[in-house]
Design a protein around this ligand. Sequence first.
Ligand code: GDP
Ligand code: CA
Length: 332
Amino acid sequence: MRITALAGGVGGARFVRGLLHELREVRGDDDTQVTVIGNTGDDITLFGLRICPDLDTLLYTLGGGINEDQGWGRVGDTHTVQGELAALGAVPQWFGLGDADFATHIARSQWLGQGHTLSEVTDRLAARWGLPGQGVRLLPATDTPIETHVVLDDGEAGERAVHFQQWWVQLQAAVPAKRFTVAGLAQAAPAPGVLDALRGADVILLPPSNPVVSIGIILGVPGVRDALRGSRAPVVGVSPIIGGAPVRGHADACLATLDVEVSAVGVAGLYADFLDGWLVDDADAATTRGLRAQVRTLDLRMRDINGAGRIAGAALDLAADLAADRTPGPTA
Ligand code: GDP
Ligand code: CA
């Protein structure tokens, strides 16, 4: 079987790690290949280094090197370099970068500078973290540099655009975003393998990633949304919103900018043109009448790997049922 998942950072990575646990440990399935298409809209250049926060969170989480408490960065990392940068007065200082994490960004920047594509660089990093041995391929959504920017209302001074990371990390999304704009997106090409991974998949999964600034950016890469609409595989998603609030992060602020209700139903609406199955939390069971996608309810909190695996398993079961419904039965 071939599974393709679209993913942002923490929510996406924890879900995919659970999916692998469910496949390999619970179901004893060592054959299924998992392709993860990662968001690159969060990417930023700091201190001359190219940083890809969502790809790195996926790499560290799947490779067993993540700082579990934070959800991002390396476990046990030190901050000598950042401390020295601060002493030098080098800015910004609001973006946390550990020493081992710095090595990732140095290597990536060196390889990009030598002319390698982000896909090629990501392959090398994935080898470091043992993804191929787990039957996982990690693809950036696009090799074209893109950056999500947030337009803020500065009152009489007019509008001001800041990088997504500045809004998210420094401003904690507390300043309302007027709109999001993604530099480079309209001209971006899907990375090699992205469209094939969608067209050739048996199951397409949408983890509970941010629907606007993670999944929404991947969907905006020209060709990706059409590939989902035209896919023969069932598309099954997991709601990142439980009981009208995000589990972590500021997805509520992102949805408000789009005038979309902060609810499992609101998020499903963003995927309405291709979504076949939708997992919502028990807390939201009563709200989903009228959705075209087939809905199942369960506890959607990924408390640990087993819990995330259970949710991934429910997504696979729903996909299997949807696929069976599509297969024409034997004719009499
Ligand atoms: P980011 O790039 O690190 O912000 O991570 P993602 O875009 O992958 O995921 C962020 C989303 O994951 C947020 O909207 C959260 O609500 C959602 N999320 C995080 N943990 C959980 C969980 O345990 N269950 C569910 N259903 N959603 C979660
Ligand atoms: Ca992200």
